[in-house]
Design a protein around this ligand. Structure first.
Ligand code: ANZ
Ligand code: ZN
Length: 842
């Protein structure tokens, strides 16, 4: 007699080893089958996996297993985004080498992932902190350097005073370092840059073709790249200031030129700086400006402040019109020209500013009927025609823009200009735990790339973390090097690469990892682009834009033959949990509290607990459920099933005890079905309805998995299981159960394998083809018939298609609702239209 309970404790391990031994998930580069590359964003090896990983990798795994069953050669790899600050922080706090810490974390997280039975090709596992990986990254960096896509520039950088490193603009969030949370300062440093701006136009255009990407991610990238078309022109200063006699501005709204009421300079603008030299008040104002934030959101919300320089700018279309020149805190130096002309009626920032400094507000664009409507506290940025604008009056905005631009170009005071928000990517980091930049600085030859045969430039092991700063810079010998060109003593670069470089090409290395080069282009071409990429929406800009850029950059220097790395992208929702707070304001973890009646209390001392919002699981709020004990308690399949079942995958999934228990019970229900036929002689007899349901389920589940609508696929499985449970023994019931094992195999692979073996099959269920659908069974052969009494709809009945007239008449008359209406009256006539309606005339 077969076990009445499915025991994941023994089954999970057993099947995981069988999969590993069989090598079934190792992708074959030579396979003649069609290919599918399923990739989830690789994790940072923080030490333990969290529920977000479990959800992310479960989704990818279901798709990967499903596509294999559909006949694809599937590449589904896993690796580690292993460089970065936390390892150095650990080194400082725990006195352990970053490498040791990282590798220990990788080992335990790999074990954890293995307990979930993911169908990864572990033979391709990589860690970005391994010299085999970062050495090839150094080679690619040199390729890009030689291709003219890398340059060095002294620039004002975002400096994180806590992590003591430079941050990319993308890593500054609300003026603070993305990791340390410390207010970011501006510093001048010589940095390596990648020319992502060379690709601005194609990165933008390429978005249009990414049909498999969420609209919101494409929009975020579009905004980040930020293409603006407009007019760059200058105002003459009424009085020349030393050698400066004009102020150059950039505007996307040259049509509003007659609504100008002031000119504003950034605090970093050369003219502002020059004036500040002789004006202490202005100098103090400029200092203050530099401290405030620079993000778009901050510029919107912060108080607009200005300093009237006393200078006057002459309007280019009217020499008698002079505008005051301010220095203003909302004008950025690194956008456009670092100066603007303000049009308060049509730009909110300008309006706030104008109100504060009592500057004129003149409407120059109006919707029909609004020509004389005054502007109050809201600037008008909508459509309309030009007013109060002399020769532009009556024109549409677009025509007016063209007119002003043409005139500026003819008269020589301005040119049409495209401005981008995107900046080149500063990749130098003053950190140890990253890819050493393979450059040697020579007094004579300048920056010289390390010859490729000397790669990898391996990080030194003997480093100390007892004081902040870059351990490579203070290492006694690391920087010593001979110039590869002239041989004289030179200095090795001590900066390492931004870790976002590491994740900008790992998907290529997964596809092909030769020892002597970064990848084999032909093999990469076979696998790429990634068919389905799955990860968090927090990477919508940074990682995804950089990866797109690297792919295009490598293509531009002939290393690759395609330009977009990810054909489809899916951004999954987060796993959330209620939060708990103690009276003293400290957060409590779910296992420190319990419900007592309707209130919550601390288990240890019974003191009161307030419950807070359901939020993304995070260490800081302690609302974290560790997957490990859950997996050991319920088994991998129940955990996987819960991750798929409760919420649409793009939405948040609130973790719940009852949810995981429900999944556990469902796994056991499956097991009862499998065992119900395992010990019996095959049944005979038909069950047409169940047969039809099976084939509908095969078709629906396939469609839903392919569309990543896992919760819908699960719902279909539920329906089938319910129907099988109610069905009487029959050959069709046996068949349904056998097929059920295959249908659920991508979701709950361990119990599926166990069932497959139990039902007397050889081989692995993971290697089975997805069941064929009998299309003829999908045809709906039931119809809904309207039942009318004297032409009025009173009821409907569902019957087999083609039911005969007398059967329909009988069913119609038996309807309770109809009986109530007839109420004993004489029936004069019954009109039956087969498959349509029955009308009873009384
Ligand atoms: C006049 C004007 C009138 C503007 C109007 C807007 C509305 P986007 O679309 O983001 O490119 N601007 C230009 N350079 C700036 C800088 N360095 N710092 C802050 N603001 C700057 O924005 C372009 C508009 O932002 C430009 O068009 C300019 O204001 C402002 F009804 O010029 B506009
Ligand atoms: Zn030299």
């Amino acid at each position: 007699m077969t076990d009445q309970r499915f025991n994941p404790l023994s089954a999970d391990k057993r099947w995981q080893s069988r999969w590993a031994e069989s090598g079934i998930f190792e992708a074959d580069d030579q396979s003649p089958k069609p290919r599918s590359y399923v990739l989830e964003m690789f994790p940072y090896p923080s030490g333990r996996i969290h529920m977000g990983h479990v959800r992310n990798y479960t989704m990818g795994d279901v798709l990967a297993r499903f596509r294999r069953m559909q006949g694809f050669e599937v590449l589904h790899p896993m690796g580690w985004d292993a460089f970065g600050m936390p390892a150095e922080n650990a080194a400082m706090e725990k006195k352990v080498h970053p490498g040791e810490w990282t590798h220990a974390n990788i080992a335990s997280m790999r074990d954890q992932l293995k307990t979930l039975g993911f169908a990864f090709d572990w033979s391709r596992e990589l860690a970005t902190c391994d010299p085999e990986y970062y050495g090839q990254e150094q080679a690619l960096f040199i390729d890009l350097f030689e291709g003219g896509l890398v340059y060095r520039k002294e620039s004002a950088v975002n400096w994180d005073p806590v992590d003591m490193t430079v941050l990319a603009n993308e890593q500054v969030i609300d003026g603070k370092g993305w990791r340390s949370g410390a207010p970011v300062e501006k510093r001048k440093l010589s940095q390596w840059f990648l020319k992502i701006t060379d690709f601005a136009e194609e990165l933008l255009d390429g978005l249009k073709d990414l049909k498999g990407w969420p609209e919101k991610v494409r929009t975020m990238q579009e905004n980040w790249i930020g293409k603006s078309q407009g007019l760059q022109f200058h105002f003459a200063l009424a009085e020349k200031q030393q050698d400066i006699d004009t102020v150059e501005v950039f505007s996307t709204r040259p049509d509003t030129i007659f609504g100008a009421s002031f000119v504003a300079l950034s605090a970093d603008h050369p003219l502002a700086q020059q004036l500040a030299e002789n004006d202490d008040k202005l100098a103090a104002f400029c200092e203050e400006c530099k401290k405030s934030g620079t993000t778009a959101a901050e510029l919107e919300t912060m108080e607009k402040k200005g300093f009237d320089t006393g200078l006057k700018a002459v309007h280019p279309l009217d020499p008698s019109w002079e505008l005051p020149v301010f220095v203003a805190n909302f004008v950025l130096m690194d956008y456009g020209t670092g100066a603007v002309f303000g049009v308060p009626a049509h730009d909110q920032r300008d309006l706030d500013f104008a109100r504060k400094y009592a500057l004129p507000v003149t409407r120059v664009v109006a919707a029909k009927g609004d020509e004389d409507a005054p502007i109050h506290d809201e600037a008008y940025s909508g459509p309309g025609k030009l007013v109060n604008s002399r020769m532009l009056d009556g024109m549409e905005i677009e025509t007016a823009q063209k007119t002003v631009i043409d005139r500026a170009q003819t008269e020589g005071w301005g040119t049409a200009q495209t401005t981008w928000r995107l900046r080149d990517w500063g990749v130098s980091r003053q950190r140890y735990w990253g890819t050493p930049i393979p450059i040697i600085h020579c007094e004579t030859c300048g920056a010289v790339p390390v010859p490729k045969d000397q790669l990898p430039i391996v990080l030194p092991e003997d480093v100390s973390f007892d004081i902040p700063g870059n351990p490579l810079e203070r290492h006694p010998t690391w920087a010593d090097a001979d110039c590869p060109k002239c041989g004289q003593a030179a200095r090795r670069e001590t900066d390492t690469l931004d870790t976002f470089v590491d994740s900008s090409w790992y998907f290529l290395r997964f596809a092909s990892q030769p020892g002597d080069k970064p990848f084999d282009a032909e093999t990469v071409q076979k696998w790429l682009p990634v068919s389905q990429y799955i990860g968090g929406v927090e990477h919508a800009i940074l990682h995804l834009l950089y990866a797109r850029f690297w792919t295009r950059a490598l293509a531009s220097i002939g290393k690759l033959d395609f330009s977009e790395p990810f054909e489809s992208l899916f951004t999954q929702g987060m796993v959330t949990h209620e939060t708990y707070k103690h009276g003293d304001g400290s957060w409590l973890s779910p296992d420190e509290v319990r419900k007592n009646g309707t209130d919550w209390e601390v288990i240890a001392d019974g003191s009161a607990v307030t419950t807070g919002r359901v939020e993304k699981m995070s260490k800081s709020k302690k609302n974290v459920i560790d997957p490990d004990p859950i997996i050991s308690q319920y088994g991998a399949d129940a955990v996987r099933f819960f991750m798929l079942s409760d919420s649409p995958p793009e939405r948040d999934l609130p973790w719940s005890e009852s949810g995981i228990e429900g999944s556990w019970r469902f796994v056991q229900r499956l097991w009862r079905l499998f065992t119900s036929i395992a010990d019996q002689a095959p049944n005979s007899g038909e069950d047409k309805a169940l047969k039809r349901k099976l084939h509908q389920t095969i078709a629906d589940v396939a469609e839903y998995i392919e569309g990543l609508s896992f919760n819908k696929a699960v719902a279909k499985v539920f329906e089938l299981v319910n129907m099988i449970e109610k069905a009487a023994p029959s050959a069709d019931r046996d068949t349904a159960i056998r097929n059920l094992a295959i249908i659920v195999a991508p979701m709950v692979p361990h119990i599926a394998e166990e069932a497959w073996a139990l039902l007397g099959n050889d081989g692995l269920i993971a290697a089975q083809p997805w069941p064929e659908v009998d299309e003829s069974l999908l045809v709906e052969d039931e119809v809904t018939i309207a039942i009318q009494v004297r032409g009025k709809l009173r009821d409907t009945i569902t019957v087999a298609q083609g039911s005969d007239k007398s059967a329909l008449e009988e069913l119609a008359l038996a309807s309770q609702k109809v009986q109530r209406i007839i109420d004993g009256a004489d029936i004069k006539k019954v009109i039956v239209v087969p498959d349509r309606l029955v009308n009873i005339v009384i």
